[in-house]
Ligand binder design. Structure first.
Ligand code: NAP
Length: 251
């Protein structure tokens, strides 16, 4: 088990990609805290992990709210006293609309959840990352090349890319790797909302892409930091392909 003895926080861990990643991290031996606004799906993920012999904590938290975020930090500290892996996965889509018609309130909400909260969660949990580790920020294809109709969602993910580059540079000396991961089209509720006419069975499941998160969380990804990675690279080229493309000397 390549994550034995490690601890992880997965935001938005009750559904879709976050739930699959939490299960995959736990299967490799990590103790996992999953958080999100709705407690029921989080408890379901926790129970599934525990049934499989893993360790998990479910915590209801609206991460845009300071008091909720503080509870996540306190609980992580109380349970483990440290953190090795942070997966900033929670996100919202907003609306699909051109900028000229984009509602201000939705713009603010999307930027709040998808960007400001990634900054705040990371800042709040960093003091617990005392022995190096890995931060994986979930991005998107439209966070790397803008596309009509993706509005605040695309802009928020561009922000996540920038935040991650700055962080990777700042945390290199502490042995904390920071990368962004674009899942690519994945069979989840958010994808179905964005593409209502698409046949979901044509897309990879969240479980199919979860192993790339495990890899990035583990020591196997040593030397991979400050990189913008696509889950498709993993699906096509596997571990070796990904290392060849993204590993850099140092760290
Ligand atoms: P999802 O199932 O809708 O997951 C989003 C998660 O974020 C939910 O578990 C949600 O839980 C949580 N969340 C939203 N607002 C929150 C808040 N204020 N506080 C705490 N948690 C919050 O969709 P998904 O597809 O798995 O998305 C996961 C990530 O992948 C997102 O960052 C998304 O942008 C990215 N992504 C997905 C695709 C795709 O094709 N699926 C492609 C590119 C990028 P609650 O509702 O319970 O809070």
């Amino acid at each position: 088990m390549i994550l034995a003895g490690k601890t992880a926080v997965v935001t938005g861990g009750g559904s879709g990609i976050g739930a699959a990643v939490a299960r995959a991290l736990a299967r490799e031996g990590a103790a996992v805290l999953v958080c999100g606004r709705r407690i029921a799906p989080l408890q379901w993920v926790r129970d599934e992990i525990v049934r499989e012999g893993g360790t998990a904590i479910a915590l209801a938290a609206d991460l845009t709210q300071e008091a909720d975020l503080n509870r996540v930090v306190r609980e992580t500290d109380r349970q483990w006293g440290r953190l090795d892996v942070l997966v900033n996965n929670a996100g919202i889509l907003g609306v699909r609309a051109p900028i000229a018609e984009y509602p201000l309130k939705v713009w603010d909400d999307v930027l709040d959840v998808n960007l400001r909260t990634v900054f705040r969660v990371t800042k709040a949990l960093l003091p617990l990352m005392t022995r190096g580790g890995s931060i994986i920020n979930v991005s998107s294809g439209v966070g790397r090349a803008g596309r009509a109709g993706w509005g605040a969602y695309a802009v928020s993910k561009f922000g996540v890319e920038g935040l991650s580059q700055v962080l990777a540079d700042e945390l290199r000396e502490r042995g904390i790797r920071v990368n962004t991961l674009n899942p690519g089209g994945t069979r989840t509720a958010m994808r179905a909302t964005a593409y209502p006419d698409e046949d979901p069975t044509t897309l990879p499941t969240a479980d199919a892409i979860a192993p790339v998160f495990v890899f990035l969380a583990s020591e196997e990804a040593k030397g991979v930091t400050g990189r913008a990675i696509d889950a498709r690279e993993w699906l096509v080229g596997g571990r070796e392909g990904l290392l060849k493309r993204h590993r850099r000397p140092a760290l």
